[in-house]
Design a protein around this ligand. Structure first.
Ligand SMILES: O=C(O)CCC(=O)C(=O)O
Length: 275
């Protein structure tokens, strides 16, 4: 039984790997509260850090934990991942006005040591986002193409160092994830996506929230910090460590998280991505 999505919307997600055009989850008043909270969290950064470091802080900040476990958001995710799933990741993608920073085309699964590949990302807009201020772009249907070849790219301003090699998909088919502040999109972990530089005078801020089916197991030798928070249903598999719910409203994590990108070629080898 669906909670929020109609059957045609679910079919659209299955075919295209994403969903857009959902009613706002947060009102303008609540969005103001989210941005005030973001300001508080940003104050916890050290001078040499930027918003990219605010990663998995739902484990330490109740403010972020509450967003990630918002019941409306979870209803949508349940319609996509099924009745049993957990939260494990969150991070901000913030592009200030006139920022050159891009996010190269990639598939999230390439970075994540998770099997099987049954995960979804909610992108929550904290600003109105569109083509002018560097909304995320996705290649519809690319989640069905299998794992594409990624390689190290140093010749870009991408915040990622591993990007899809060119020629594997049609960039002109890209769809822009235009959202009003307080709206969410959802995309499949295998979908090719990225975002351009923000050449506008408007900030572009979003919070990504990552969820996986309880059947998904993390390779802890690649990411030893992986923690799960059961959101709906039961976890019959008990594959992964369980996190504790934070008690402080705003608090930071001190650790550096490890992804395939950071763990480097040895992790890629371990996951069978390179020979
Ligand atoms: O917000 C962006 O530009 C990219 C987000 C992203 O790569 C993701 O959600 O996995």
């Amino acid at each position: 039984m669906s909670k929020r999505l109609t059957d045609p919307q679910k079919t659209f997600y299955g075919t295209n790997g994403y969903i857009l055009g959902l009613p706002p989850v947060f009102t303008p008043q609540q969005v103001k509260g989210l941005n005030d909270g973001l300001d508080e969290v940003m104050k916890l950064l050290r001078p040499d850090e930027d918003s990219k470091e605010i990663r998995e802080w739902h484990e330490s900040s109740r403010f972020l934990y509450d967003i990630c476990t918002n019941e409306d958001i979870l209803d949508y995710v349940e319609d996509i991942l099924g009745p049993d799933f957990y939260l494990w990741g969150s991070n901000f993608f913030i592009k200030p006005p006139r920022s050159n920073s891009t996010v190269g085309w990639h598939q999230d699964t390439y970075y994540w040591p998770l099997e099987p590949k049954i995960s979804a990302t909610v992108w929550l807009a904290l600003d109105d986002v569109d083509e002018q201020n560097a909304a995320m772009r996705v290649i519809p249907g690319s989640h069905k193409a299998g794992l594409l070849k990624h390689s190290r790219s140093s010749a870009t301003d991408s915040v990622l160092t591993l990007e899809c090699e060119q020629g594997q998909f049609r960039e002109d088919a890209a769809v822009s994830f235009n959202l009003k502040a307080g709206q969410i999109s959802i995309h499949d972990d295998k979908l090719v996506h990225g975002s351009p530089a923000n050449l506008s005078d408007r900030r572009r801020a979003g919070l990504t929230i990552r969820y996986s089916s309880t059947i998904v197991k993390c390779d802890l030798s690649v990411n030893p910090y992986f923690k799960t928070y059961l959101c709906r249903g039961t976890d019959e598999y008990k594959h992964n460590p369980v996190g504790t719910v934070p008690t402080q409203n705003y608090a930071r994590l001190e650790r550096k998280h490890i992804s395939v990108e950071e763990a480097g070629v040895s992790a890629e080898r371990k996951l069978g991505l390179v020979k």
